[in-house]
Design a binder for this molecule. Sequence first.
Ligand code: KIV
Length: 272
Amino acid sequence: MYLEPSNRKPITLTTLAKMKREQHKFAVLTAYDASFAALIDAAGVEVILVGDSLGMVVQGQPTTVPVTIEDMIYHTRMVARGCSTALLMADMPFASYATPEQALRNAARLMQEGGAQIVKLEGGAWLVETVRLLSRNGIPVCVHLGLLPQSVHKLGGYRVQGREEPAARQIIDEALLLQEAGADLALVECIPAELGARLTEALAIPLIGIGAGAGCDAQVLVSYDMLNITAGRRPKFSKNFLTGQDSLQAAVAEYVRAVKSGEFPGPEHCIA
Ligand code: KIV
């Protein structure tokens, strides 16, 4: 049901934790400017992510690697102006959190100068000290596991992660360590659906999936992919929600409905 933004309560981490406990799925989308943020917020998305995917879909770069902390602060500030009820999450860009102290400085900038309410970092067990320090300083953290786009050159491409049992076990173990260190949310990208379901079950914190199957507590897509704006090929796990809709608002509302009802992702968007 569509609600005027003023009629909805702001979404907090407590809201999301309760949704996980009560098995109500929530919807996440990326935004990079105030107009899109307002449209997405009004459609009832619970979390807006200022993703470093902006490097590819807004700046036209081949990867997210060139995105800087200044770029992220600029776009987060724009999105904050259009976001009234959704929780505002911002990505920490490539090499902006190499040490816990650098992470604290840059996360504080995203919150103070950009208006972010939670920051997202890509990585596993090596982030434990960083998550602990951010958490101690009152900075909410989402950890991004599975396929790590900032490590594309190290990984040798955008590949499915966690296919074999040792790799799957490692993703689960690292997620548990990061939860223990104080992570508030986890996001997992491009893993088999069965592993997404195992990880959701193992974690007490909400798990957001992208290409991670229907078992996750929430789904995220790059808004330009699901609105068919992205030039070139869309990832197999994405879906064009503009098909059959007469407006961007209707397409986003349909995404929210499909995520909450468990219709999206369907088997054709999942990795076996
Ligand atoms: O940068 C981004 O948009 C992301 C999503 C792919 C989850 O991290």
